[in-house]
Design a protein around this ligand. Structure first.
Ligand code: ARG
Length: 460
């Protein structure tokens, strides 16, 4: 019989058991569920709401069940619907009447909210830890390539020279923001909902603060209706995961491009590429493509849950059971993507000579040539026009600006002198971009140091 079977005259249809049971996926919450129940029972005993001896039996029984589930010794029942009732049923089977007191002053509605909050807290910490590892990889690449010049792009057209370190540190900024977002996700989830009951609290003198303290929560929820209805914290995780996937996906797109024969900026390690079943020459960046592809499914998890929640009246509705598969899917996808991406990036070989050639070949110093004329007295708009004509000439002749002789340059402006060759060299172009946040090596070095300090101070 169902734990709630008293009011029913007929058995649940088999189709319904199959349709509404969540045990196939929410068994992943068994640790959170049992840990929450242990705290609840401990509090019930301490408050004298149930006999102390029963509380102790419950705690011992639950610990045994936890160990047996971990050891794969427990067969869950579809009929018992979800992880909450499976555990309670097992407990009653094992310890008898004392087990029937566990659910005093509690509903599955506040119970599942608690379990999900505990899960999200762990997931946020886990994600931030993996993001930290990726940030370490980025810092180490950046340190090795402070002086490695490469073309920076806008519109995917070569624009101005930067360094590989500067490019890597751009991603570092993104992933540290992702870490910060996960910290905020953790803070939003860190509110203990037990005591909300089904929706209207409870008549028992629960010590909610004590339960919160036992479970390591920093606060208790302030409204029982909201306590059982709120899934914002799940959306927060899904959003933070989506943004991180978006960052990974952009990075993957760049690695895919850089790995092409046309760019040749990077050589992917054989361990992270795959071959073709028909074309013997192929070495495909499948891992990067798959991360880019999986970004869509994490967005889908977020969009799906937002849509599920949008029409729900207060308080609990069964629709909310749909939060879990989205959450688990996003967590699994994010974790796997971060781990494999980090390993793949760490194993990349950067073809720095091609990067430097790319920077030198694409008129990336055109702005600097204009700035040279400005520094010698010409208004910027005129200098822009002069260099525009100069570039057009070079394009037609298939030459770079600095391939021209001084007298050829003087044909475009009398202000050019011998020192233009030095002033518009790739190295100078990067070094002169000496603003805070700019690509000049000493500025990037400073941003690496600031980043390291930030990472040291980061904790959830
Ligand atoms: N399996 C349910 C869920 O995940 C647990 C809460 C069930 N509550 C209820 N009133 N049916 O949402």
């Amino acid at each position: 019989m169902k734990l709630w079977g008293g009011r029913f005259e007929k058995k649940t249809d088999g189709l319904v058991d199959d349709f509404h049971s969540s045990i196939t996926f929410d068994q992943r919450l068994y640790q959170q569920d049992i840990t929450g129940s242990i705290a609840h029972a401990t509090m019930l005993g301490r408050q004298g709401i149930i006999p102390q001896a029963d509380a102790e039996k419950i705690v011992a029984g639950l610990k045994e069940i936890m160990a047996d589930i971990a050891a794969g010794k427990v067969q869950f029942e579809l009929d018992a619907e979800d992880i909450h009732m499976n555990v309670e049923k097992l407990l009653i089977e094992r310890i008898g009447d004392a087990g029937k007191r566990l659910h005093t002053g509690r509903s599955r509605n506040d119970q599942v909210a608690l379990d999900c909050r505990m899960y999200v807290k762990d997931a946020a910490k886990e994600a931030a830890g993996l993001m930290r590892e990726l940030c370490e990889t980025l810092l180490s690449i950046a340190k090795d390539h402070l002086e490695t010049i490469m073309p920076g792009y806008t519109h995917l057209q070569r624009a101005q020279p930067i360094t590989l370190a500067h490019h890597m540190m751009a991603y570092f900024q993104m992933f540290t923001r992702d870490m910060q977002r996960m910290k905020e996700v953790h803070a939003h989830a860190d509110v203990m909902p037990l005591g909300s009951g089904a929706l209207a609290g409870t008549t028992y003198p629960l010590d909610r603060e004590y339960t919160a303290q036992l479970l390591g929560f920093s606060a208790i929820s302030q409204n029982s209706l909201d306590g059982v209805s709120d899934r914002d914290f799940v959306c927060d995780y899904l959003y933070a995961a989506s943004v991180c996937m978006m960052h990974l996906s952009r990075f993957c797109e760049e690695l895919i491009l850089w790995n092409t024969h046309e760019f040749k900026f990077v050589e992917m390690d054989d361990g992270y590429a795959t071959g073709s079943s028909i074309m013997p020459q192929k070495k495909n960046p499948d891992v990067a493509e798959l991360i880019r592809g999986k970004t869509g499914r994490v967005y889908g998890d977020l969009q799906g849950l937002l849509t599920t929640l949008k029409g729900l009246p207060l308080a609990y509705n069964k629709d909310m059971q749909e939060d879990k598969e989205a959450l688990f899917d996003a967590r699994d996808t994010l974790v796997k993507s971060l781990v494999v991406f980090n390993a793949m990036l760490a194993a990349c070989t950067f073809r720095t000579e091609n990067m430097e050639r790319g920077a030198a070949g694409g008129f990336t110093n055109a702005t600097d040539a204009a700035d040279y004329l400005v520094k010698h007295g010409m208004p910027f708009r005129d200098a822009h026009a002069v260099i525009g004509r100069l570039v057009l000439h070079c394009v037609k002749e298939n030459r770079a600006i600095l391939d021209l002789t001084l007298s050829e340059l003087k044909g475009f402006s009398e202000l050019f002198e011998e020192d233009v060759f030095e002033a518009c060299s790739m190295k100078a172009c990067v070094e002169l971009r000496d603003v805070p946040g700019g690509p000049a090596p000493r500025r990037v070095k400073a941003s690496i140091e600031a980043g390291e300090a930030w990472m040291k101070g980061f904790a959830i």
